[in-house]
Design a protein around this ligand. Structure first.
Ligand code: SF4
Length: 552
């Protein structure tokens, strides 16, 4: 695939936070993602580490003399122009003209000859060099391991000083080069890394042709879920650590805030400003829909800071060749999944139809312009939808004559339009979280208010998520004529039908599938994020091709 030219000249700050030296020594890619791309995720280790540092920060002047001999002060911020770093030193001890930086570490003293790993030793040494530049005499530092309640003295000998200076030079060169370092290969460091779900080390290695076994290094599904407020006269409030939805002062739903991944409001609901701000701080987006299901907007906290990704996205979107390559991948992924969906659910499908779909996939892959691609996509959609009437069970009295919308003119089309709206919202939220602008796509062209990139990425998921939800609702007898209202030409879903649809959709999103490329089980919701991250890796030039998610 044609690469997107880099146009970002990274302006590396003069002063590097010393914590980044620790990350760089642990894994250069971790440092790049966290510092250059500004992506951060908490893990149990980072939360625990923060807890111990917070204790240091708040114990100013209260540290016992037995624990810290000749204690002087805590949380000292220093910078040095010559060495080019800035650091906050946990504790600074001093006696007879000499100072000793003390760094808090959670966990126990590691079983290695130096009693400390290299990332911690170089971080401490960099603090020592910083103190020297600020005219202090500093010959050693101390690592205090909270898990063992033990101090380990780290002498700043020539070898450690040289290694620290060398890593600082390499770190600066990496940031200036603006090229993400490759993932570690089969490293035991990855399972403990808080950014493993962002980095995707084994997945990227496999897609780059390395022979590695893909480990599932992060949870296959989330243990928090979207909440839906559907209907009139609802109010949403956060009370303590819970979110409550009520109508006429009667509680209709209450659940812990920590289990909420997003709040979706269909129609009008009252949400207090206090609750909005609390959700923003917790990273819970609030999505607004018209009562009919049209996605109208979103409230989020601070957006993803990876501006480089957005610049690359815009650059690619204005390059017709790059856009065409992405568009072909999205469309062929959609037709592949459509073919699988028909093969699985249409007992009467002929080999001829499946062969026609296979031929269309091939022609899509060979398409040399967007008009041809649009024509092929339309032909495949027509063939695919022509099989819907055969896939719907006759027992429940619903039929399908063809796709229509705005307004949908029959119950099946009404359900399809509604579920596509829910799916596009999922992709919108996912793309935003990964750092994209969801409004600028490669296949769908920009149009006012159209989330083009979310629609692009949705193509491969339409059959296997949205159409699958529709089929389940009708073929299990969950939908009846009483679930729809008719006005003029249009058909819409009644409130109870929307609730049934949303809960079937959520079940589908939580369902685990075997990943066709990586072999592990993963929920559809997590697959959406993996696909968005792989798309970002292609844009950054790390991966050659975008691999659409195609079930077998
Ligand atoms: S997951 Fe592994 S390769 Fe990726 S950043 Fe973390 S340690 Fe580095």
């Amino acid at each position: 695939m044609k690469k997107v030219d880099k146009i970002v000249e990274q302006k590396v700050p003069r002063l590097i936070p010393v914590r980044m030296l620790n990350e760089f020594a642990y894994c250069p890619r971790l440092c790049f993602i966290e510092w250059v791309q500004s992506e951060f995720r908490d893990s149990a280790d980072t939360v625990e580490g923060r807890y111990y540092h917070r204790r240091v920060d708040t114990r100013k002047g209260r540290v016992s003399e037995e624990a810290f001999e000749a204690f002087h002060t805590s949380s000292v911020t220093l910078s040095g122009e010559e060495i080019g770093i800035v650091a906050r030193i946990d504790i600074l001890e001093g006696e007879k003209g000499k100072v000793v930086p003390v760094e808090y570490k959670r966990g126990a003293v590691p079983q290695v000859p130096e009693n400390a790993y290299e990332p911690e030793r170089v971080q401490l040494c960099a603090q020592g060099l910083l103190l020297r530049e600020n005219s202090y005499v500093c010959e050693e530092g101390v690592l205090y391991f909270a898990g063992s309640r033990r101090r380990v003295v780290v002498p700043f000998d020539e070898e450690l000083v040289a290694r620290t200076r060398q890593l600082l030079v390499e770190l600066r060169a990496m940031a200036e080069g603006c090229e993400i370092p490759p993932p570690l290969v089969d490293s035991p460091k990855c399972p403990r890394c808080s950014l493993v779900g962002v980095c995707l080390p084994d997945e990227v290695n496999v897609l780059k042709g390395k022979e590695v076994t893909v480990r599932r290094l992060y949870a296959g599904r989330d243990d928090y879920y979207p909440v839906y407020a559907v209907g009139y006269d609802l109010s949403v409030r956060s009370k303590g650590e819970r979110v409550e939805i009520s109508r006429d002062n009667t509680r209709v739903q209450s659940l812990p805030l920590r289990e909420v991944s997003q709040l979706n409001i269909y129609g009008n609901a009252y949400v207090s400003l206090y609750s909005v701000k609390k959700m923003m701080r917790r990273g819970v987006p609030i999505c607004y829909f018209s009562y009919g299901g049209w996605f109208e907007g979103i409230t989020t906290g601070n957006v993803n800071k990876n501006v480089e990704l957005r610049i690359m996205q815009f650059k690619a979107a204005f390059d017709s060749l790059v856009s065409l390559e992405f568009a072909k991948r999205f469309v062929s992924g959609k037709i592949r999944n459509s073919r699988t969906f028909v093969r699985r659910n249409d007992k009467d499908v002929s080999g001829k139809v499946l062969r026609q779909l296979s031929r269309l996939i091939k022609r899509v892959e060979e398409a040399d312009n967007m008009e041809v691609l649009l024509g092929l996509e339309g032909a495949a959609a027509q063939l695919y939808f022509s099989r819907f009437s055969s896939m719907l069970k006759e027992d429940y009295g619903f039929s399908f004559e063809g796709r229509n919308r705005r307004p949908p003119m029959d119950p099946v089309n009404a359900v399809l339009s509604y579920v596509y709206g829910v799916l596009v919202k999922e992709l919108f939220v996912t793309l935003l979280a990964v750092g994209f602008d969801p409004y600028l796509g490669f296949f769908h062209k920009p149009r006012y208010g159209r989330p083009a990139l979310a629609l692009d990425l949705m193509e491969e998921f339409r059959p296997i998520v949205a159409d699958s939800v529709m089929l389940r609702l009708f073929n299990s007898g969950q939908m009846s004529e009483d679930d729809f209202s008719y006005s003029g030409l249009g058909v819409s879903l009644k409130s109870k039908a929307k609730k049934k649809l949303l809960s079937t959709f959520e079940r589908r999103m939580s369902m685990e599938v075997k990943h066709p490329l990586f072999g592990y089980s993963v929920s559809y919701r997590r697959v959406l994020e993996v696909q968005a991250r792989l798309l970002s890796r292609v844009l950054s030039g790390e991966l050659e091709e975008y691999p659409a998610f195609c079930t077998r």
